[in-house]
Design a protein around this ligand. Structure first.
Ligand SMILES: Cc1cc2nc3c(=O)[nH]c(=O)nc-3n(C[C@H](O)[C@H](O)[C@H](O)COP(=O)(O)OP(=O)(O)OC[C@H]3O[C@@H](n4cnc5c(N)ncnc54)[C@H](O)[C@@H]3O)c2cc1C
Length: 525
């Protein structure tokens, strides 16, 4: 039997307890709200695993304008510059709000915020906490703050399975709970469900996060944006461990080299070599793997016996896999790390469906364009969580009376789509692979089996990718290696995705999907 949680009627319901969900709830308080989260509060989040920190142009030699320029450059022409400028301008306010909530950021001897430097940032601007344990420190502080805020109710072990609609507006949330099905009657739902890494075999994300928020929103009729843009981290430790462990760019920063199984330093032929942008390195490594080769990091000369002292966490992870980086080559491979696409939102987190917001990695605001700049995702999660809360507070709540109960769908199982997605929607794409993926995923997405929700997300990535006949940022097509002179974002609803998938035939797409010259060389920062 489905329980209706009437005592929580009328409250904003936030799905997910990473940085975006926690910041939305804390900013909404003292207005009452409910956090629905699949695991314990703050657990099974990418947020808790974040290492580097939060990008904020707060140094004496820095400015919002410089931070924006780096963001737009990384985004390869696809960022929404107005959205990006607004989010970046709010970075100092987000850092201040996190401090008020109890986060202690690292400081230098003078007591100022200690600012780190990361790839493709022209200034030191990464605000961090507890060294490379930023995410864990931030989430722990916010979880404590939520526990001290009586206005926030927390439902742990609850998984959102469907948004209930009254016509075109949100009317409630259907959840699986430890005691069966439950409905939260509400006219306001915020999706803060994180990334899509769980769709892929090789990911650095929690394996259970396959883009549930995207599937929930798509089924409710919301527009999705830029779904094809999946960021691969080039150097995950290639081992049996799932999810894969990161071998930070800092190892290459210390001089470690990338070599293939023949000992050939293939990056030496590419501008920037080992320190080229993430998408460039990921493509080069994928090309080696695609021809049947293997790729390794060689830190023996650069670091040797100093490796364990400089990188204790990575050293321990290598040790788990039986590798001693002082003496052995470290096997690496690209792994899904971040999703630039997601539920299309405006500057206040509003989706195209009345009563539905999305924040954090589940959303696509346009900040990241075709390629996310390192440490801009925690920034976006914090700022958009705050903005979403302010937007909700400023608008009158809708009626919370019409509940149309639905059968609780079976638990989702992404393992059925993982082989298709991993094989055909990886770093290097082409028409054959995309059409094969679409043909395999369409019946799954249209069905009602356990793979239907992951199938919807995966099919959307495939269809968006098939329509982008260019290589731009993180989206690399071997059959279209150039990029168009003008980058355009794309939005579609699930109905359009299904229609295009049903009609997909090799090279049969009519304008506006046909390419027009002039082309520019594909490359991104
Ligand atoms: C290893 C790693 C290191 C990173 N380092 C950095 C960094 O240094 N700086 C940076 O800016 N970014 C970094 N990122 C990216 C960044 O961590 C994420 O983009 C960001 O934390 C996403 O926050 P979020 O709140 O949107 O989602 P998450 O933190 O992933 O939280 C998602 C939440 O939704 C819940 N959930 C999902 N589906 C459901 C459902 N159906 N019902 C209920 N709950 C659900 C999950 O359990 C979880 O609580 C890193 C990512 C990884 C994986």
């Amino acid at each position: 039997m489905t329980e209706i949680l009437g005592h929580l009627t009328g409250r904003t319901v936030i799905v997910g307890s990473g940085l975006a969900g926690l910041m939305t709830a804390l900013t909404l308080a003292p207005e009452r709200c409910v956090i629905v989260t699949r695991a314990a509060l703050g657990a099974e989040t990418s947020s808790v695993w974040a290492q580097g920190g939060i990008a904020a142009g707060m140094g004496a030699d820095d400015s919002a304008a410089l931070h924006l320029a780096d963001t737009l450059s990384a985004g390869d022409g696809l960022c929404d510059p107005i959205i990006a400028a607004g989010i970046i301008a709010e970075a100092p306010a987000a850092i201040a709000a996190l401090q008020r909530a109890g986060v202690h950021f690292d400081r230098n001897a003078a007591g100022e915020l200690s600012l780190g430097l990361e790839a493709a940032h022209s200034r030191r601007r990464i605000v961090h906490a507890e060294g490379d344990g930023s995410g864990a420190a931030i989430v722990a502080a916010l979880v404590r703050a939520v526990a001290q805020t009586p206005a926030i109710s927390v439902l742990e072990g609850f998984e959102a399975r469907r948004i209930l609609m009254d016509g075109e507006r949100v009317a409630g949330l259907l959840c699986a709970t430890p005691n069966g099905a439950a409905i939260l009657p509400t006219s306001r739902v915020v999706l803060a469900t994180g990334g899509i890494g769980g769709l892929y075999d090789a990911t650095t994300n929690p394996m259970g996060n396959f883009g549930q928020g995207i599937a929930l929103a798509a089924r409710a009729g919301a527009a999705l944006a830029d779904m094809e843009f999946v960021q691969f981290h080039p150097t995950a430790l290639d081992s049996r461990r799932r999810p894969l462990a990161l071998v930070s760019e800092a190892v290459r920063g210390e001089g470690a080299l990338l070599v293939n199984e023949r000992g050939d330093r293939f990056m030496a032929r590419i501008p920037g070599a080992e320190l080229a942008p993430r998408d460039v390195v990921a493509r080069a490594i994928s090309a080696e793997i695609a021809r049947g080769g293997r790729v390794f990091l060689d830190a023996r000369d650069a670091l040797g016996s100093r490796f364990a002292a400089r990188f204790p966490v990575i050293s321990a992870l290598c040790g788990e896999a039986g590798i001693d980086p002082a003496k052995d080559l470290i096997p690496v491979r690209p792994a899904v790390h971040y999703h630039m696409g997601g539920v299309a939102t405006d500057a206040n987190g509003r989706s195209s469906v009345p009563g539905l917001w999305a924040a954090g990695e589940a959303a696509s605001t346009g900040l990241h364009g075709a390629n996310r700049l390192a440490s801009n995702s925690l920034l976006e999660a914090a700022v958009m969580g705050m903005r979403t809360a302010r937007d909700i507070s400023a608008m009158p709540a809708g009626p919370d009376d019409a509940i149309i109960a639905e059968r609780l769908p079976a638990p989702a199982d992404a393992s059925l789509v993982r082989p298709i997605v991993s094989r055909h929607l990886g770093v290097l794409r082409n028409a054959d692979a995309l059409e094969t993926a679409i043909a395999a995923l369409l019946p799954v997405a249209e069905g009602d089996g356990p793979a239907a929700d992951p199938g919807i997300v995966a099919l959307s990535i495939a269809v968006f990718a098939s329509l982008r006949m260019e290589s731009l940022g993180a989206h690399a097509r071997t059959d279209f290696p150039l990029k168009l002179a003008q980058a355009n974002r794309r939005q579609m609803r699930l109905s359009q995705v299904l229609e295009i998938a049903g009609a997909t035939q090799p090279y049969a797409l009519a304008p506006p999907y046909v390419l027009a010259p002039p082309y520019a060389l594909a490359r991104s920062a």
